[in-house]
Design a protein around this ligand. Structure first.
Ligand SMILES: [Zn+2]
Length: 462
């Protein structure tokens, strides 16, 4: 789900030159949303929050919202089974998430974690997330081997004992428990972590983390001497981010910080080129055998650095000119800084990592097998198998729009239900002919993706 999109200037041309010859409008710029689309989207967002916002009342007195409790665990298994084991608890100063909305209204992600009151059984906190491990489970290697992956989740520090429950989705989309742990905040086994003191810069916004969406860039593969270049790269990518809706309209809700973590060597691992570098977060191309897939498995290390500054989402910015990246929902995103597509890749990866959007492309080189179960409705908000489309974006379809919607010029700027997405050409449908979650040629996100990103920004800022 979380692989960055292939370079699609050529891909769109290839589509135009093949059996979709008449559909070359795929490569044209997508216009700004029409007035009626904007009104429909606004109504949906307001209704969504009225229906789903759960305020802090049930959790009153349960949390210290000026501290974070971090849970490190490992996910272990292969393609057919998985288990989770607690590896460590720690706490540190600061909580950058919303002080009001502790229970996420978003049912996104392959996993979720909940905090439950042992006294009343009330759910006090809930978040969905995805993992690199779950992606690995869908590749061929997982049929032959068992592996362990690091994972980290964060919660506001509890003041009373709470039950932590970590769940994973089954193939049918329902959740089963991976592990549970009673967290007693008085326990001496909870390490008090001290943040590092690396140089950093406020690139955009202000220092009011509980009312802003806080995006934190971590330098990866930048030496001490390359610190100025890192800040320049973050500023350039920030400018590119704010050229695209809905980030442009919501830039006053967003804070961007840059943390200059030093690496011993410059660059990143590029196994196919025989290049190996000693870097702060041990990132590498060729994840799961796909050259452009850039990730790091050193999750605990990433969060050791990130704790220094407020963050609702972390971007590991890798000092490389090569095309690549990756983004995993409520985990972190990774992108190179020096490629001419870096801004495009960043925006796409934030679609995955921050907003939980699925890839709307298909026919590209990926390692995943049967990533989406065609017999259930996927959790990705911008993909449907039509098993239960009423949960998705029917409210954004103009009256008379056929479902499925044929790929015809009359629908080029319309929200519809177009076949092909989630890495397969049949059985999975996407909301628009083109979108930032489909090709790098799409200037904007589609209407569905845009509305989800707005909902996510508002979640962190209200
Ligand atoms: Zn989209």
């Amino acid at each position: 789900m979380d692989l960055e999109l292939p370079i699609d200037g050529t891909k769109v041309e290839a589509i135009c030159g093949s059996k979709l010859t008449n559909n070359c409008y795929l490569a044209k710029k997508r216009n700004h949303l029409s007035m009626s689309q904007s009104i429909r989207m606004l109504i949906f967002i307001v209704v969504f929050f009225c229906l789903t916002a759960r305020w802090v009342s049930a959790a009153d007195g349960y949390f210290n919202l000026s501290q974070t409790l971090r849970v490190d665990f490992v996910l272990v298994g292969n393609h057919s089974w998985q288990k989770g084991y607690l590896a460590g608890l720690s706490r540190y100063q600061g909580w950058s998430g919303s002080a009001n909305q502790l229970i996420s209204p978003f049912d996104f992600g392959e996993y979720r974690y909940l905090l439950i009151s042992p006294e009343t059984g009330d759910t006090l906190f809930r978040r969905g997330f995805s993992t690199l491990f779950e992606e690995w489970r869908t590749i061929d290697e997982a049929k032959e081997k068992e592996r362990a992956f690091q994972q980290t989740i964060i919660i506001p520090a509890p003041l009373k004992p709470v039950l932590l429950q970590v769940d994973a989705r089954d193939r049918d989309g329902s959740f089963t428990h991976l592990f549970q742990e009673v967290i007693n905040p008085a326990s001496l086994s909870i390490e008090v972590k001290q943040a590092n003191n690396h140089p950093h810069k406020l690139i955009h916004g202000n220092d009011n983390p509980q009312q802003r969406f806080d995006l934190l860039f971590l330098a990866e593969g930048y030496t001490v001497d390359e610190q100025a270049q890192f800040y320049k790269d973050v500023s350039r990518l920030t400018n590119q981010l704010f050229e695209v809706e809905p980030f442009r309209s919501y830039k006053n809700h967003i804070t961007i910080r840059a943390l200059a973590v030093p690496s011993v060597q410059s660059g990143t691992d590029d196994p196919r080129a025989g290049i190996w570098r000693n870097t702060a977060m041990n990132s590498s191309f060729n994840t799961f055998g796909v050259d452009r897939y850039l990730e790091t498995e050193a999750t605990w290390q990433v969060f050791d650095y990130a704790m220094q500054l407020p963050h609702d989402h972390v971007v590991v910015l890798v000092n490389s000119n090569k095309y690549g990246g990756g983004g995993i929902y409520n985990h972190f995103s990774v992108v190179t800084s020096g490629n001419r597509y870096s801004g495009t890749v960043l925006i796409h990866e934030l679609g995955h990592g921050f907003a939980g959007l699925g890839d709307e492309y298909f026919g590209a080189d990926v390692s995943y097998n049967d990533y989406i179960n065609l017999e259930t409705e996927p959790w990705q908000p911008n993909l449907t198998t039509l098993v239960n489309f009423s949960q998705k974006w029917p409210h954004l379809l103009a009256p008379g729009t056929p479902v499925p919607t044929p790929v015809r010029p009359m629908y080029k700027n319309s929200t519809g239900v177009f076949e092909g997405g989630g890495y397969v050409s049949k059985g999975v449908y996407r909301p628009a002919i083109n979108c930032r979650m489909r090709t790098s040629d799409a200037r904007e996100f589609c209407e569905v993706c845009t509305s989800v990103i707005i909902q996510k920004i508002r979640f962190f800022t209200h």
